[in-house]
Design a protein around this ligand. Structure first.
Ligand code: CMP
Length: 139
């Protein structure tokens, strides 16, 4: 059945004008953009969104990076959306990402890795609700 996941096009990608190129790869992978907005994340939002990483050594830098420029937050819909999106994103570290993935094509580093995608259906629901109200999602 069609399910939903949450995606972020990160500041390294918006800075290089890759919003369309990234979205095209998502669409070509069978995902449909059912909600999308370009925002500047506040420090509070970034800290809260990445709270699970609060104890990691890269947390502070990650928050700085995610607030360093515009991001595009999206809700994606498709068959097995979480896995489909993770497959097309590729590995977190672009050095490990396979050919044909977004991170292989565009990521600059393990931090500036162009996209975020939810890692489970449960987290997808939480992350979608963090940025979108129901009426902003049009399936
Ligand atoms: P994301 O999928 O958004 O989830 C957490 C983010 O932290 C990850 O993508 C990277 O942008 C960043 N990240 C993960 N691991 C590291 C690391 N070892 N060093 C720096 N940043 C990291």
């Amino acid at each position: 059945a069609a399910t939903r996941t949450f995606s972020i096009i990160k500041p390294d990608a918006t800075r290089r004008n890759l919003t369309g190129a990234v979205t095209k790869m998502l669409e070509d992978a069978g995902l449909r953009v059912v909600a999308s907005k370009r925002i500047r994340m506040t420090e509070d939002q970034a800290k809260k969104f990445y709270e699970v990483h609060a104890e990691r050594p890269f947390y502070g830098e990650l928050v700085d990076f995610m607030t360093s420029g515009p991001v595009v937050v999206q809700v994606l819909e498709g068959e097995d959306a979480v896995k489909r999106n993770r497959d097309v994103m590729g590995a977190t570290n672009p050095a490990d990402a396979e050919e044909g993935t977004i991170r292989k094509a565009f990521a600059e580093s393990i931090e500036a890795n162009s996209v975020h995608g939810s890692d489970s259906d449960e987290n997808a629901a939480t992350e979608i609700a963090f940025f979108f109200s129901d009426d902003e999602i049009v399936g």
